[in-house]
Design a binder for this molecule. Structure first.
Ligand SMILES: Nc1ncnc2c1ncn2[C@@H]1O[C@H](COP(=O)(O)OP(=O)(O)O)[C@@H](O)[C@H]1O
Ligand SMILES: N[C@@H](CCC(=O)OP(=O)(O)O)C(=O)O
Length: 269
């Protein structure tokens, strides 16, 4: 039987300190948790943001550049910086990291899509390899750009027939801030207008999309029958506790009647 398969997405906020530097302690902690998940015979594919944030720090930007050329430059410097630390932390457990950079264009093309699928299947067979995916920001321009890794992670989850998509962010989950309240929505069994209206954009200089793109990602995954969980990546042992079935964050449950497509038929935005 095929091992269970998780796609785990790390947002920039969860990998960075408040000041915007890479949070090495936090990265090390997430690495350790992924190793624990692997020990439980779960195949893991990581989708990691953070390249542009790292590049912004290297180039001394406090505000996110608003032109694509500078974002591309940030990613060229930030991506190897990010991978250097993933390599460092995973190798201390005897694991190797594999970097896969993709564009919207790659996933929209049937042959390139198949190629990425085959590559990831092959990497997952190598039990000490952790595939780490990011958007190929340095060659992405408007027309071939996802722009956010939330939707990218959901397309990877669908492509790879994952059992779960787990989005780790800097917030406890989907919150209801209406009526001056601050209430965590623990379960969503249907993404309707009410749920969509709760979601707003990001306030961070380094992240993209906020909760809006996470809800879009949830919709894409749920339509393919993949359960989604959005949780705080700084919650202690978050991944292991999710594995143990703790209802952390917001769980988007699959509604069997609404499943509409599978790995071969994703319609890209
Ligand atoms: N309804 C909501 N519930 C929770 N967070 C929300 C909501 N609407 C907007 N947000 C914002 O989304 C942010 C998380 O998304 P984002 O900043 O893009 O992080 P990441 O880097 O993890 O993708 C939260 O910190 C919050 O400011
Ligand atoms: N590809 C970009 C990530 C863009 C993005 O979606 O960021 P985030 O909202 O932090 O998940 C990067 O590596 O900086």
């Amino acid at each position: 039987m095929r091992p269970k398969r998780w796609v785990v997405k790390f947002g920039t906020g969860v990998l960075s300190t408040k000041e915007g530097s890479l949070d090495l302690q936090q990265m090390e902690n997430l690495t350790k948790q992924l190793i624990e998940i692997k020990k439980r015979q779960i195949d893991v594919i990581v989708v990691s943001s953070g390249a542009i944030g790292c590049g912004m720090e290297i180039l001394g930007y406090e505000k996110r550049p608003d032109n694509i050329e500078e974002l591309q430059a940030c990613s060229t410097l930030g991506q190897p910086f990010l991978m250097h630390y993933y390599k460092k932390f995973f190798s201390s457990y005897g694991f190797h990291v594999a970097q896969i950079l993709v564009t919207y264009f790659d996933l929209d093309s049937v042959s390139l899509r198949r190629n990425i699928q085959k590559l990831l299947e092959n990497l997952l067979l190598k039990k000490t390899v952790i595939p780490i995916i990011n958007e190929n920001d340095c060659v992405s321009y408007e027309e071939i750009r996802f722009g956010d890794n939330d939707r990218l992670s959901s397309h990877i989850a669908v492509l790879m027939n994952a059992d779960r998509l787990i989005i780790l962010s800097n917030v406890a989950g989907l919150m209801d801030y209406s009526n001056g309240e601050k209430k965590l929505i623990s379960y969503v069994d249907r993404i309707d207008d009410r749920i969509e209206k709760l979601a707003e954009g990001t306030r961070s200089e380094r992240s993209v999309g906020g909760m809006v793109t996470k809800i879009e990602a949830a919709k894409i995954s749920l339509s393919a029958g993949i359960q989604v969980q959005i949780a705080d990546g700084r919650e202690k042992d978050v991944l292991v506790r999710i594995y143990d079935g703790e209802p952390l964050g917001t769980l988007f449950k699959v509604n069997k009647n609404e499943r509409s497509f599978g790995a071969d038929s994703v319609s890209l935005p």
